[in-house]
Each structure stands twice: as C-alpha cells, then as structure tokens.
Design a protein around this ligand. Structure first.
Ligand SMILES: [Ca+2]
Length: 347
C-alpha cells in the first residue's frame, strides 16, 4: 500500500499543481465544459448618404479690409475724420489740419521752419490813416503765429511744401502701422476735387451774401475791432473770432465738411494757371493774369479769417502763393493752412 500511497500522493500533488497553476482544469471538472459561443454575425454598417456627415469645405474668412474704403467715413491714427465726397475717389478730412495734428508731425520728424512767417501788419500812415501790408516776422512760426491758437485751431504759417511733407510723413507712418494700405496715401486735394467738395453754391455756405449767422469765420466786426485805427473794411456781423476759430465751430456743408469757406486758405495740389480764375476775377485782381507758365504758384481755396469781399469767398476764386521750401519762409502766411485727403487706392 505504501507504493500506492506514494503514487497517489505524487499524482495528487501533481494534480494539485495543475489546479493551483492552471485554474479550472477540465480533467477535474464535475460538469461538461460549455462550448464557446459563436457571436452572431453582424454585417458592418453600410455607409449611407444619411449617416455620412457631409463634407463641408472650409469657408474662407474674408480678409478685413485695410484702411479707408470707398463711400465710408473713416478715422485715422491722429483722430482725423475723413468723409466721402461724390464725384471724387478720395475721402476729405472733415476739418482743416489742426495745430495738434501738425504738432504730431513736427515732434515726430523734428522738422524746423526757420525764417519766420508772413503776417499782416498795420502800418500807421499818419494823420489817422492806416494801411495793411505783409510783414515777414522772423519771430513768428506755425506754433506762434502772432495770435492765440488752441490745439483745435487750424494750423497756419505753413507752406505748400510743409503741407506735402506732412502728408508724406503721415502716409509712411500709417502704412508702417498697418492702418493704411500700401497703395493708399495722403495728399492735398486737387483743385477739381476741392471744387467738388465745396458743392454747387456760389459760396461754400450757399448763395447768401453776407454769410448767414453761423456760416463761416470771415473778417467781421470782431476782426475789425482787433485792428488799431478805425474803419477797417469788414463784413457786417460778428462771428466771434477776430482770427482763427476752432475747426468745426460753424455749420458743415452738404458733405459734412467744416470751414470750406473762411477760417484759413487751403493749399491744393495744383500749379496755378491763369485760366483757373474767370476773366471777371482777373479784371479785379490783375496779378492773377500771371501764372509764370504754370509752375510758379500753387493754388489755395476757400478764403480766410481776413477776407471780406464776395469775390474772395466765391467758390470759383483761386488764390495763389509760391510753394516755399523747407528752409525758406516763402509761402508761409498767417492766413494759410491746408486740408488733406486720403486716396483709397492709388494706381
Ligand atoms: Ca471772424
């Protein structure tokens, strides 16, 4: 029995190992093994039009247009507001360029304007008689024109070349900032663009003469009262400003532009040609018959705080002056400023 016990023990031990190491063993199971269940065949889902999400091509995001757009009011980096003018492809600054606009240019570029500016000076002719004459005053400049100006007054004492330099500086500045497209630019209005912006009235404020109350800043009773002596010619009425007035102080014209008549003369791009002024105007002002061949004088439009004649304020009237230069005072006067336009898409 011993050998049987030994065999049994070995066999049992061996079986124990199987049980322990292999888990349930069919040799020692008391029930029949369950056959593996074959999973029912399920065909793969057939793709259908209804179950397949539609493939939608990505919608391109429209690029945000850069800079001013046709027919839309636009504000630039200096806060200057530009408005469309029918019949032109540019937007007009609603105001003349202000002292604070020009100061930003001078501070950024360090542009100096040596030599002073021309200012109207009263000359005492004796016996109570006085006259007016242009006087080149070396102590005056755009920032000190001989009368008080706040930051929103139109800049004066700037030549045509100064105005062009302002436009070029602002163009480069805003192209670099991404504010202006690479084919957009600032410049002065052409003579014909300025005419379009002035509208169809006889004067920038309409057909009325004298200018209606609140119509413009001209040589009024306030102007006359500021001059030594008495009896200075002026337009009846008092607009409240003996010299320049803050831009926007008077009514806008039909296109939302302010001070298109009065306040300061506005430089235009064009060289003056005698034919720009009517024969009637040239008869009254013979100097306008000389244009130096068309490359001597630049055109100014609109009249200023020191004008008092209907002819000078008429839309068709073209003032003239030499364009000046960076280092010469020529063309810098205490009545002359400028308005800029922005070209939406230069060729
Ligand atoms: Ca005035």
């Amino acid at each position: 029995m011993l050998w049987k016990n030994s065999w049994f023990q070995i066999a049992f031990f061996t079986g124990g190992l199987l049980v322990i190491d292999s888990g349930p063993n069919p040799l020692f199971s008391q029930s029949n093994p369950t056959p593996p269940t074959t999973p029912a065949y399920t065909p793969p889902a057939t793709p259908s039009a209804s179950s397949t999400p539609p493939v939608t091509p990505p919608t391109p995001t429209p690029a945000t247009p850069i800079g001013p757009q046709a027919g839309q009011t636009w504000t630039n980096s200096l806060g200057m507001v530009f408005k469309p003018v029918p019949g032109t492809s540019v937007l007009f600054n609603q105001y003349d360029t202000t002292v604070q606009d020009y100061r930003a240019f001078v501070q950024a570029t360090g542009r100096e304007q040596p030599g002073g500016i021309y200012a109207i000076k009263v000359k005492d002719k004796g016996a109570g008689s006085h006259s007016l004459a242009w006087d080149l005053n070396p102590n005056l400049s755009w920032s000190k024109p001989g009368f008080d100006q706040g930051p929103t007054h139109p800049v004066v004492g700037v030549s045509w070349n100064d105005a062009i330099a302002f436009c070029e500086w602002l163009t480069q500045k805003e192209r670099a900032e991404g504010k202006l497209g690479q084919k957009q630019m600032y410049r002065l209005p052409t003579d014909s663009e300025w005419s379009a912006a002035a509208g169809v009235g006889k004067y920038p404020w309409g057909d009325a003469w004298p200018p209606p109350a609140g119509g413009a800043n001209y040589a009024d009773e306030a102007y006359a009262a500021s001059m030594p002596g008495t009896g200075w010619p002026h337009i009846p009425g008092n607009d409240g400003y003996p010299r320049t007035s803050p831009v926007g102080s008077f009514a806008a014209n039909r296109y939302g532009l302010y001070d298109m008549g009065g306040n300061v003369w506005q430089w235009c791009m064009d060289w003056y040609q005698a034919s720009m002024n009517s024969a009637e105007v040239r008869a009254g002002y013979p100097a306008f018959n000389k244009d130096g061949g068309g490359h001597t004088y630049k055109v100014l439009r609109g009249g200023s705080w020191r004008n008092m004649t209907p002819a000078g304020f008429a839309v068709g009237y073209h003032e003239i002056d030499v364009p000046g230069g960076p280092d010469v005072p020529a063309g810098r006067r205490d009545r002359s400023g400028f308005r800029v336009v922005v070209v939406i898409a230069a060729p």
